[in-house]
Write a protein that binds this ligand. Sequence first.
Ligand code: AMP
Length: 114
Amino acid sequence: MDNCIFCQIVEGKIPSEKVYEDDDILAFRDLYPAAPVHILVIPKKHISSLLELQEEDQALSGKILLGLQKVARQLGLDEKGFRVVNNTGSDGGQTVFHIHFHLLGGRELQWPPG
Ligand code: AMP
């Protein structure tokens, strides 16, 4: 999608600090990190939010989860743990409407979130 910043990151039109990429997913550092490690894992396919996932996206959804695991291991977060967050819609605090999963770690995280 032309006006989607994450699609533009996938296409290389907007720079990003990539940490993992394969045919289906991309992981890059969040521009405004909320933790010492803050990665966004996204499908390359434009899907606006969790609510827009379709049955046909089942395999892709699994790849995203396994991608999160792979990146967590790659960045050494498997030792002490980490958090995966998906914000959906306005109450969820979603600001970019291309589905993404925050991978947060590198410090002890508080619960519940605000
Ligand atoms: P959310 O609020 O869940 O929609 O998350 C969107 C995230 O995208 C925020 O944490 C932003 O800091 C991050 N973000 C926005 N623009 C960029 C960008 N160009 N590169 C990396 N992260 C970005």
